[in-house]
Design a protein around this ligand. Sequence first.
Ligand code: NAD
Ligand code: ZN
Length: 663
Amino acid sequence: MSSTTGQLSRARITSTAGPVIRCEAAVAWEAGKPLVIEEVEVAPPQKLEVRLKILFTTLCHTDVYFWEAKGQTPLFPRIFGHEAGGSAATVNQKRATCVIFSGSILTGVMLNDGKSRFSKNGQPIYNFLGTSTFSEYTVAHVGSIAKINRAAPLDKVCVLSCGISTGIAACEGARMAGASRIIGVDLNPKRFAEAKKFGLTEFVTPNDHKKPVQEGWGVVVGVPSKDAAFTTHPMNLLTERTLKGAFFGNYKPRSDLPSVVEKYMNKEIEVEKFITHQVPFSEINKAFDYMLKGEAAVAWQAGKPLVIEKVEVAPPQKMEVRLKILFTSLCHTDVYFWEAKGQTPLFPRIFGHEAGGIVESVGEGVTDLQPGDHVLPVFTGECKECRHCKSEESNMCDLLRINTDRGVMLNDGKSRFSKNGQPIYHFLGTSTFSEYTVAHVGSIAKINPAAPLDKVCVLSCGISTGMGAALNVAKPKKGSTVAVFGLGAVGLAACEGARMAGAARIIGVDLNPSRFADAKKFGVTEFVNPKDHKKPVQEVISEMTDGGVDRSIECTGNINAMISAFECVHDGWGVAVLVGVPNKDDTFKTHPVNLLNERTLKGTFFGNYKPRSDLPSVVEKYMNKELEIEKFITHQVSFSEINKAFDYMLKGEGLRCIIRMEG
Ligand code: NAD
Ligand code: ZN
């Protein structure tokens, strides 16, 4: 091969083409598989071709479409990339920006001889769009190269070689052209805030309207999938509308692009706002990872139904893990923060914290987890290094304890979720209402891979919390009497724990009488509905138990229930444990004499279990049939029906609703 090209270059005397260059390129060997940085051979430029040294390149969604090759003709191995800046290599070191042009989308070869200029050990590697900029050196037709101002910073203006000149620039361009009304149309209303920066004056979201959005005067820019078809009634054209298409915003690359670069140099267009990440060439797959998209149920506003959206999930950073969630369920804590009635509102946000999944990838410094591990994410973490983690008595990790107001990751104070560049907040460091999520490694418990994730997912919050509140915190003695306030999943798990500890009487307290029928399965022996009594419930219970219960566990989140739960324990030895999550401004009020009379008041998160150290053994309890989980699972829905799970909880129907992420 090299001898043939050697002869060719001798034949073309005016050419500056040198020998075959060996350099690094990011080769896509197979559709959808990570690119591999390989040493490849780049043949010298032939007639009317130029060999370029690429200095900066970016990833545009067109690369991703053809790399995924889902609706496109697969052509592999191939070197992708078409948005770049570089200099003519073996010509005169002139600065050039290379642009998309050429009809080689489908062919992957050069026009001159129908061959590729790239090879690896003699195997040709296809070209992409006549540019293939994911390579240190590439060969392009001279007609695809725009020579630009040498003073322009290539790390910025490289983005002008495709996306910016074509896309949102439509708005920016309309503004520059003096349009007085620029109407943006997008299905996602949140896109509009950002779009104002680009000159949009009005917004239409087709979802808001019953009528279709008019197609008149439109310019189609998106690259359609191979088999997509456009249909409209011919009358729509007869009525003097024009249907046009544009590649590269109808700019002629060589004639017009230099002046687009000048617009940047004169500060008429701002390129920086389009550049959100930078990676070295060796980490090019990270650029694809940034594009890792999955569906998430986004809460755009307090109390409004979640919307399933494709979101971008950034790769895990230092000490972080990216998970593929398989099953998640709804806990009342999600509902409180979604309603945001007595809580700090933080939107848009991805809720969810009770879940099971599989590790997809790990960030720097993560040694005890690897892709494929089965895990439960937990809303309160365990760093294993702080004083709390080292203490036998606490699970309140200094670094990773529950923080309901933080919507970002600790490492950089940013979110890993975004939709069209707009960040979406995290919740409890878990955000499991998403196909993919990122969590700190300290918030992830690795469990027995044989455990069925559609069952044990509920152990990552509610069930472990209730059971632990009884077994680890209230610790009722054999034969004792226990009151449990709130007979949702958490409260019933507390009843289950009390039963395991050998309590003789378990008094269930709830305002919702429909809770009582099922509660018998959980060991509840007596029921009290505060609504049935004129007296405060603590007095009712005190009378039922000759002065008070030995232990009480509150699982409602209601401040009055918390006070009653404390005041109904026996003096001298009674212990009350608070589990429910209160409103932001709640205060606990009781007479100090209630404490002086030798009552104890405690609270717990996650039943005092240390998530990483203890949760695997709770899972084993299920595997050994010491713990029955199935009776807590009353509903199942698919991810697209996630809002139904909210309805069930708000109506007080059932206990746990498992949300299947797939199928
Ligand atoms: P749930 O909605 O399924 O159950 C709550 C039950 O409490 C309902 O049956 C409701 O009728 C009852 N209730 C409400 N107010 C009451 C009152 N004043 N008196 C008696 N009963 C009352 O909720 P869940 O998912 O089981 O969660 C229960 C509580 O535990 C919530 O506050 C939740 O935020 C909290 N929680 C705390 C932790 C923790 O680690 N501390 C973990 C998980 C959940
Ligand atoms: Zn810690």
